[in-house]
Structures are given as C-alpha cells and as structure tokens.
Design a protein around this ligand. Structure first.
Ligand SMILES: [Fe+2]
Length: 528
C-alpha cells in the first residue's frame, strides 16, 4: 500500500508526504519543498520533495501509488492547474498516474488528519484555525474517533483570528508569514500605557468575526488608530493582537468542549504555531489534554492529505500509536563524507567527535548539530539545530550578531531533559514540539537567562531518550558539566533562509556564519 500526499502551488509551504504499508509496518516520509529548493516558504510544485520522499521509502515509480491526494483551492476537480489556471510542466508526473487514483481533500480536513492521526488520542475535538482553506473557511471544528474517522461539525468563512493577526503583523511593519515576530514582540508591549486597537468581540460558535475592521481579500484594515512609530508603539500593537488571539482561542476551545464533551483537543492551522495562546488554552483546563502537531502550518498539509488517502480512501486502520516528527530523508555515511571533502576551512575530528562537541558547548561555543532525518514543520527539534549554552544572557546577542542576523527582541528557545521540566517550568506534562510557552520558575530565571523571554517564559521543548536519544545525550553531557539540564536550541538557518536539510546545506551555512563547530553524525568540523 503506497500513498502520496501533496500540498501544491499556489499556496506557500508546498511539500510532499509518502506513506507505505508493508506486512503491517507503516512508514512515513515528509518534506517541505523549501528544504530542497532552498527558497523559504516555497510555492513551487512539490516535485523535488516528492522524489525525496519516494526515495526514502523505496517507492520507484509514480505509477506505484495506490492513491495520490492533494488539497484543492475552490475547484476540487481541477488538480492539474493552479488557481490562476496555469498548467505547469512540473505537473507532468501527475500524468503518469491513473486519474482514478487521484483525489482531492479539503484543506482544513487535511490539517485535521495531520494532527489527529499523529496524536495518541483515541477520540478528540479538533480546531483548525488558519488564514483560509479550500472553500474559504477560516475556522473549523471537527470531531475525531480512531475507529470512525473525522467528521466536520461546523466551519465559518468569517474573517478570523489568523487573518486579523496577519493584518496586524503587516501594520506593525513585518512581512506576510512573519506572525512569529509579532508573538515574540508582544511581551514588550504589556506595560506600555497606550491603546491602539479595539477589536469587535463578535464571537459566535466557531466564528470570531473581524469583518467589521478587516477588508476582504487583503491584509488591509479599516480600523482607526494612533500612528505606530516607535518600538514601544509596535510592541503595544503586538501585545494587543496577541491578547485578542488568546481570547479568541479560549473562546474556540470552550466552544469545542461544549459541542463535543470530549477530554482531548487537537489544534492545527497556522494559528496553532502561536505557542503562547496554546499554553493559555492548556492552562485554562478546558480539556484534559491538548495536542498540536509540529507541522501545524501548511507544511503539514501533505501529511494530512496522505493520511486521508491511507485511512479514508484506502480504508486502512490506525496500526501505529503516533507519528515521529523526524520524517525527512536519510543521508548515508558516503554522502556525508563526500560533502565534507568538498569544502575546506575547518579541522575534522572523526574520533570522539560527540564528546569534543559536548565540551565545546560547555565552553560556551556555538555548535551546529545535524543528525538523523530532518524534522517536519518550521521548528528545529534537535536534528537540524544550532545549540548554545543558555547560561549567559549575552549568548542571545552573540548568536544574533554572529549567526542568525535577526531582530534582538526575538527569544531563543530552551530544550530540557524531560525529567527536569517541572523543576524549571510551570508545566505538568511534556512539550516535545515547542508548542507551549510556560513560565520559567522564579528561582531558575537567573540560571537560564539566554532562553528566558522578557515576560519570564520559554518556548519549551522537553526531550526524552526515546524521542531523540542523541539530542538527549547532548543535553545530559551539558547537565553533567554544568548542573543545568537545559540547552538553547535554535533552527539551523540564517534569517530569510529555510532550515538546512542536507549535510552539504549544513556545511555551507556553517562556513558563511560564525558558528564555531559543526557536528554531522559522528564527524565534527571545527573552524580554523
Ligand atoms: Fe492552512
């Protein structure tokens, strides 16, 4: 059984996923096109990512697939051209596939499949909150059951919190798809004594309607407000929209609870990357458990489409408990050696490399850390990461100046050994995907200064040996050297570029920045 899931042009974050089933073993691969075509938020037809996913799982021909599923825009029968009706030669491989095997899935439903089937839940309410879906939906509520599948309860096409957040992000002066910057800026506006925006509280069912202040089909707003000029002004505006986002998400969670009566909630869609709002939903205790897949943005759509094909079109039961986030291609030893040989300007350590790398982190050096298959979604979860000690406050500025070249107000995230999470953070469960932002415990704030945001929080990743053994060992080495079980983890890229994918991408990024050393599997490259 072989299924291909696609998220294609013209939406951002195109990509592919493949699911295979052989003798009861279900295998997954997923890759965003940006990781291979090296264009951030790529809109290209996902040809390169499809080929990489096929290679990973040993699928040789496009005609081998039992089903090919993609999300659609407006016209679900028109899969060969994009919404501008432009047919591209890159679509050719669809011509090699029997049209009877090609299926469409609603965008929000694909989000719902991606999150529910990668959770451990038997039953769950699912909220999808993003810009707009296939039929112009903005916010949807589904109900899911492992045996019975996923069913839509209600959706709305009213302008929702995703479009409002995007419009305000542009008003602040950031670009489209930079909502994460607004979220990072928001805490700086908390105590600014000025009011800019007033939002209509038109919450009804699954709608939080901002139609009275946002202009359809644009990111423009009709709302009157004082000029937004200074850093403080911008921070205050960011704070106001973040506060509204949290209120909207709490309303949606309560509504989902009232409608389904279930204990578990899954959230997906771009707004589910707002880990501050997610944590507020978790803390409110409306649901016993809340799960968010790391590919909550449209990078998860191809996985959701493939899961829809596997479970619903091909009627396969769920035989796995959850889906690992590490679904990128594998690079073998020969490929890594070949990439290393191509470049110079570093000393190579190939014996005891891991131990040397761990010591360098304890010595406050910057380490590029690449191993295993890359993680899906926009956050680095320890396989394509830049790692540094969290102990010195200035490490934040050092990383920004020497490697990341990004705004100084943006926080860096902590990874912690799972068993110490409750000692350092106000949280009572694991947070493996950096999708909750809890408060740092008062007595720990001064210890992990580089990963504690201005409001005393951290976008937490808890790490277990089972989840990521090599990353666990790295954090544990740091713990043994310093007594602190926490590392700073930021994505391995520079501003404006996608996260590195191949060993060669990692070496190139290492050489053009001021990263001190790069560990690729068991090879350590140290700058000369
Ligand atoms: Fe989406």
């Amino acid at each position: 059984m072989k299924v291909l899931g696609l998220h294609k042009d013209p939406w951002h974050n195109t990509g592919a996923s493949v699911i295979t089933e052989e003798n009861g073993v279900v295998s997954f691969s997923n890759l965003a096109e940006e990781r291979v075509d090296r264009k951030k938020d790529s809109r290209r037809f996902p040809l390169l990512s499809t080929m990489a996913c096929m290679k990973e799982l040993g699928v040789e021909n496009f005609s081998d697939f039992d089903a090919v599923v993609m999300d659609y825009i407006i016209d679900k029968n028109d899969y060969r051209s994009d919404s501008n009706k432009i047919t591209s030669s890159q679509y050719n491989f669809l011509n090699d596939i029997d049209p009877a095997k090609i299926h469409s899935v609603n965008h929000h439903l694909a989000h719902a499949y991606s999150v529910f089937y990668s959770s451990k839940f038997e039953k769950s309410a699912i909220l999808i909150v993003d810009g707009r879906g296939s039929d112009r939906e903005t916010q949807s509520l589904f109900i899911a059951d492992k045996e019975e599948g996923i069913r839509l309860i209600e959706s709305t096409d009213k302008i929702g919190i995703g479009l409002l957040y995007a419009a305000v992000t542009i008003k602040i002066g950031f670009a489209i798809l930079q909502e994460g910057k607004t979220m990072g800026l928001a805490p700086y506006g908390q105590h600014v004594n000025k009011k800019f925006l007033t939002f209509p509280k038109e919450y009804k069912g699954v709608a939080t309607d901002y139609g009275s202040i946002c202009i359809e089909n644009s990111y423009d707003m009709t709302i009157e407000h004082p000029p937004i000029v200074t850093f403080e002004d911008k921070a205050r505006v960011a704070f106001e929209v973040q506060e509204e986002c949290e209120a909207a998400m709490l309303h949606l969670a309560q509504y989902a609870k009232d409608k389904t009566g279930l204990d578990n909630l899954c959230i997906s869609g771009g707004v589910a990357l707002n880990s501050v709002a997610n944590y507020k939903v978790l803390q409110a205790g409306i649901f016993k458990d809340v799960f968010i897949n790391p590919a909550a943005s449209d990078t998860g759509i191809s996985l959701g489409a493939a899961l829809y094909g596997f479970h619903t079109i091909l009627n396969q039961p769920k035989k796995y408990t959850e889906i690992s986030p590490y679904l990128g291609p594998t690079y073998d030893d020969a490929e890594i050696k070949k990439a290393i040989k191509k470049y110079s300007g570093f000393k190579l350590v190939d014996h005891g490399a891991f131990e040397v790398a761990a010591k360098m982190i304890a010595d406050n050096k910057i380490l590029g850390f690449v191993h295993g298959r890359s993680e899906m979604g926009p956050r680095a979860l320890g396989n394509r990461s830049i790692i540094m000690s969290p102990l010195k406050a200035e490490n934040k500025d050092i990383l920004n100046a020497r490697v990341k070249f990004r705004e100084e107000f943006r926080p860096f995230a902590p990874s912690i050994l799972r068993e110490y999470a409750e000692d350092y953070y106000v949280i009572d469960r694991e947070s493996p995907y950096m999708l909750f932002v809890p408060l740092v415990k008062e007595d720990k704030k001064d210890i992990i200064k580089a990963v504690t945001h201005v409001d005393g929080t951290g976008r937490l990743q808890t790490v277990t040996k089972e989840f990521n053994g090599k990353y666990y060992d790295l954090i544990e080495s740091f713990y043994k050297a310093t007594g602190v079980p926490v590392l700073l983890n930021t994505s391995f890229n520079v501003a404006g570029e996608p996260i590195v994918e191949s060993p060669e991408d990692a070496i190139k990024c290492f050489l053009k920045t001021d990263i001190d050393a790069l560990l690729i599997e068991d090879y350590l490259l140290i700058k000369e």
